[in-house]
Design a protein around this ligand. Structure first.
Ligand code: ATP
Length: 706
């Protein structure tokens, strides 16, 4: 007999107290060993429409609901006695007759509390007395699925007792009801509402428990050890119940570098983690590098991979997890025997200033020289004046003629010399050194390199990553072009990393409520393009839960804004959101004081996030929007979204031409998008008058004007 655990069981288990969870796990274990164990008092439920539901005693009050057929045994739910019984009375578990997927279906006739299904009928006026003038005509909203036949609905997996209701649903009703449908049905209907087409069902395996839609909610336990592990370890849903589109990317073999894309919160990181786990599970020789932009993000990846590979520390040890820079430093040390000393930005700028002064250049704007250094000369590790004068090939920044570049080159050469004399190398030089070393080796340092937040890989980083492993399945990138905030665009294909034809876009948003996602999505165009033709389709995203509409407030002065945000923070903590699950973001360092003041006014303490500092217990996280990247909070505040702050006026002023200006606007929008999309449940934006021009794009009415 097969033994299964449903996601409804793990979710319900997580809601019990620690002691109850322990007891429920013991009961589940006893159940697997011996369902007839007398202490379990297992008996069939008589009030359920599904005759296969059984109750199992955990303690005096708590019951596990088991679904038992001749061939299978499923832990379906667990709760306090009455709630557990009501859950089972309202459900049935069955293989859908058309799609074959196992579904946990809410019996439709029992749904009472979601309001009337149809608009009330007109009153009978046969013997009516004179009435006051009728209220203004209210059009009845159209039924958005009226054109879908029962057959079409069954094809997408709609339970038979739901089809006629679905046909009558208005848009509002659909949003109220969709999370009561099996997830694949809600997603297909949302697709239909957006595009007018239903997705074509894919051929399904004959075993219902192997169906991709079954696998998103039911996990098959194959051994005692596996059950022990599943019950002992906190079972995060993402670690087991993947969406079919995620599972597909995790399990696929590619003929070259591959990429997963998707708007914020669609589970790209989760896919990257599962691919890393898969690589070491399938190949005992695999050596994997899992890398991302910063140390906190690498730490977050490490914690999650430890959950995925909790059954096998040896396999876990075969995955190296580090930020781009830390990974490069380690490899550099392995190759040369010495630790690199990276040139901080604070050292690079003075070196350039000094070089300008030493060479006697007058009227050369330092900001321009520095940007040329960072974006071109250092970013590409240009070795000589010839490659710099030939820079047209590689960048968009074409504003300097070749004569001017020749004249400027000695400045860069001198700055490089000065940095080297102090024992510094720049991060780009570090990446290039590691790349050169890896290229020279036949035995590459890794068999697989998996990169998260790949949209912010710089030129030298990408080249290094490319050299660290070889083979068709060796490189996997997770990223979203719409979240590119650090790097200027460049052509990946031009550097030999061609993901065309091996790119998959995820659409189901697991992080943000529908209301937050919809507001944030309006900030970016529906297609994200970079200057080199790469494109991500950002349409068609769906959220799996609803929440409050984000709030937007505008104030006459900073004190009023700070007081308003303090109140928001107090409300959030009063609702049980701990400080560590709250993030407050501003555009730049000089604005952090506004965040600090608001947090202090709420009587809370904060810690500033950075490339090296992550969220801490008991502290609200604050930071510039750049350090929001890749993180997640239950409540997010984005403060000081003032005019001239977003987009940042100094960047706008510094743009030399149209294309640079566009780039500035694009990245400033992306920054706001990144900050807003960290929020799961609550999002509050605020500004001091005059307000950022990006606000109106989000389509949210400004709620408070004080
Ligand atoms: N299959 C799943 N089931 C449940 N939760 C999931 C699933 N996939 C992802 N999640 C959750 O959704 C949230 C977002 O996932 P993730 O961080 O992987 O998204 P992302 O696309 O990398 O986001 P971003 O682009 O903003 O970095 C996380 O809390 C993650 O645990």
């Amino acid at each position: 007999m097969q033994f299964h655990i449903a996601d409804s069981f793990t979710a319900a288990l997580a809601r019990l107290s620690g002691q109850e969870q322990k007891q429920a796990k013991t009961a589940a274990f006893d159940l697997q060993l011996n369902p007839a164990h007398p202490g379990l008092q297992m008996h069939r439920l008589t009030n359920s429409r599904d005759p296969n539901f059984w109750s199992v005693r955990v303690n005096q009050d708590v019951r596990i609901i088991v679904h038992k057929t001749e061939a299978s045994f499923m832990l379906a739910y667990v709760d306090h006695h009455d709630k557990a019984y009501v859950w089972a009375e309202r459900r049935r578990i069955e293989a859908h007759p058309r799609t074959g997927a196992i579904q946990i279906v809410e019996v439709n006739e029992r749904i009472e509390d979601a309001g009337p299904l149809f608009a009330p009928s007109q009153p009978d006026t046969t013997n009516a007395q004179p009435q006051p003038a009728p209220a203004p005509f209210q059009p009845v909203a159209p039924a958005i699925f009226a054109n879908l036949t029962e057959d079409a609905l069954l094809n997408i997996g709609a339970p038979a007792d739901w089809t006629s209701d679905i046909q009558g649903w208005t848009e509002e009703r659909f949003f109220q009801m969709s999370d009561r449908l099996p997830a694949e049905v809600g997603e297909a209907l949302l697709d239909y509402a957006a595009t007018g087409r239903l997705p074509t069902p894919e051929a399904a395996p004959t075993d219902p428990f192997a169906h991709p839609d079954t696998l998103r909610r039911v996990y098959t336990i194959t051994s005692e050890d596996e059950l022990r592990l599943a019950l002992d370890f906190p079972w995060d849903k993402w670690s087991v119940f993947l969406h079919p589109s995620q599972r597909n990317v995790v399990g696929r073999d590619y003929s070259g570098p591959a990429r997963v894309t998707g708007t914020a919160g669609t589970g790209k990181t989760i896919v990257a983690l599962h691919r890393a786990a898969r690589a070491v599970r399938e190949d005992a020789q695999a050596r994997v590098l899992l890398t991302s932009f910063s140390r906190p993000l690498a730490n977050a990846l490490r914690a999650k991979l430890a959950i995925l590979l909790s059954d096998d520390p040896v396999k876990l040890a075969r995955v190296s997890i580090a930020s781009f820079e830390d990974a490069a430093s380690e490899l550099f040390q392995l190759a040369t025997g010495r630790r690199p000393t990276l040139a901080p930005i604070d050292a690079q700028l003075p070196a350039l200033e000094r070089a300008i002064a030493d060479l006697g250049y007058k009227d050369l704007p330092t900001r321009f020289v520095f940007s040329e250094w960072r974006q071109i000369v250092d970013a590409w590790n240009l070795p000589d004046v010839a490659s710099y004068t030939n820079v047209l090939r590689i960048g968009r920044r074409t504003r300097l003629g070749s004569k001017q570049r020749e004249a400027l080159w000695p400045v860069f050469e001198a700055a490089r010399f000065m940095l080297a004399a102090r024992g510094f190398i720049t991060p780009s030089q570090l990446f290039a050194a590691v790349e050169a070393d890896a290229k020279a080796r036949t035995d590459k340092p890794f068999t697989h390199v998996i990169v998260d937040e790949a949209q912010d890989l710089g030129v030298a980083e990408l080249q290094m990553v490319g050299a660290l492993a070889s083979g068709p399945n060796a490189h996997f990138f997770a990223g979203d072009l719409g979240q590119r905030i650090f790097q200027s665009p460049f052509s990946w294909t031009g550097l030999g990393v061609d993901v065309r034809g091996r790119s998959t876009s995820l659409k189901v948003n697991y992080r943000m409520s529908r209301q937050i996602r919809e507001a944030a999505d309006k900030l970016l165009p529906s297609i994200a393009r970079d200057a080199y033709g790469a494109e991500d389709d950002r349409t068609g995203a769906q959220s799996v839960f609803d929440g409050p509409v984000p709030s937007v407030a505008e104030f006459a002065d900073e004190r009023s804004e700070e007081r308003y945000i303090a109140e928001f923070l107090l409300r959030a903590t009063a609702e049980g959101i701990p400080p560590s699950a709250i993030g407050v973001f501003v555009r730049s360092t000089s604005l952090l004081s506004r965040a600090r003041n608001a947090i202090a006014a709420a009587g809370l303490e904060c810690r500033q996030l950075s490339e090296r500092v992550e969220a801490l217990q008991n502290y609200v996280s604050i930071g510039t929007m750049h350090f929001a990247k890749g993180l997640e909070f239950r409540a997010v505040v984005v403060m000081a979204c003032d005019d001239e702050v977003l987009p940042l006026q100094s960047r706008v002023d510094g743009a030399a031409d149209e294309s640079e200006l566009r780039e500035v606007f694009d990245t400033e929008r992306s920054l706001l998008y990144v900050a807003c999309t960290r929020a799961r449940d609550r999002l509050s934006l605020s500004t001091v008058t005059p307000v950022s021009e990006f606000f109106s794009d989000m389509g949210i009415e400004i709620g408070a004007r004080l």
